[in-house]
Design a protein around this ligand. Structure first.
Ligand SMILES: [Zn+2]
Ligand SMILES: [Zn+2]
Length: 246
């Protein structure tokens, strides 16, 4: 399989995980929901590790002013999430007072949608550079997709939309991820920019969207799960190196 085919297949798998996350919300089994916060925590640890250990050094190698674009990704997504979607967070939506305006569900969708494009950009730019990097970034994306789809569906339901609309929003997030893969594959000559921008977005999502949600949880379990994400990344990175994919 070509790197492009890999990124398309794995981008689609990541997109389907958005849908699976939304289905957890509409499903009845409580333990699924309890497991979600661990995905969120492990995902945060893994994403930050992948960004600092692989994405940043690789961006610097590809691009002279890489850190400017990393910051552009970070602050761009921050600005976007806080202007377009003033009330959005991961985890279940439990603040009815923030949802008096019926459009809030759609605004959260637009706010989250932009970052899901960069989930696809990260996967595709990884595969353009090296299969090992693509695989690591796929796992980084996959780990936060279940809580992402769940959060999307949750804010739609809380804003008074039907379960069908909630599921539709998660399907669209998945499609945006695939669109990010396609877009990056069309402009392979700009892969350094794509990687640097998506590194900034990854750091923002992990540190400012996921970690605050982890910190809301009582008890040390989720904190250990964040640290576990770092250990999991180190293991995955070692496997990738052993198989000569780096
Ligand atoms: Zn809320
Ligand atoms: Zn995402």
């Amino acid at each position: 399989m070509t790197p492009y085919a890999w990124s398309l297949v794995l981008g689609t798998v990541a997109g389907l995980a958005d849908v699976a996350g939304a289905l957890i919300l509409t499903g009845r089994r409580r333990w699924d929901r309890a497991a979600l916060k661990y995905f969120l925590a492990v995902g945060a640890g893994f994403m930050l590790a992948a960004a600092f250990v692989r994405m940043l050094p690789e961006s610097v190698e590809k691009l002279p002013h890489a850190f400017f674009f990393v910051l552009l990704g970070y602050f761009g997504i921050h600005l976007f999430e806080h202007t377009v979607a003033p009330h959005f967070h991961f985890g279940e939506e439990v603040h009815p007072e923030a949802l008096i305006h019926p459009s809030v569900g759609y605004l959260a969708f637009v706010g989250l949608g932009v970052h899901t494009i960069f989930d696809g950009v990260a996967i595709a730019s990884g595969f353009i550079i090296r299969p090992g990097l693509g695989l690591l970034l796929f796992f980084a994306v996959l780990l936060h997709k279940l809580p992402e789809g769940f959060a999307m569906a949750s804010v739609m339901l809380a804003a008074g939309r039907t379960p069908r609309a909630a599921l539709g929003a998660a399907v669209a997030l998945g499609a945006f991820t695939v669109a990010g893969v396609l877009l990056t594959s069309l402009f392979t000559q700009f892969v350094g920019y794509a990687l640097a921008l998506s590194a900034g977005v990854t750091i923002y999502v992990a540190a400012s969207d996921l970690i605050p949600e982890v910190n809301r949880e009582p008890g040390p379990g989720v904190a250990w799960a964040v640290f576990g994400g770092l250990v999991l990344f180190a293991g995955a990175d070692a496997v990738v190196t052993t198989f000569g994919l780096h």
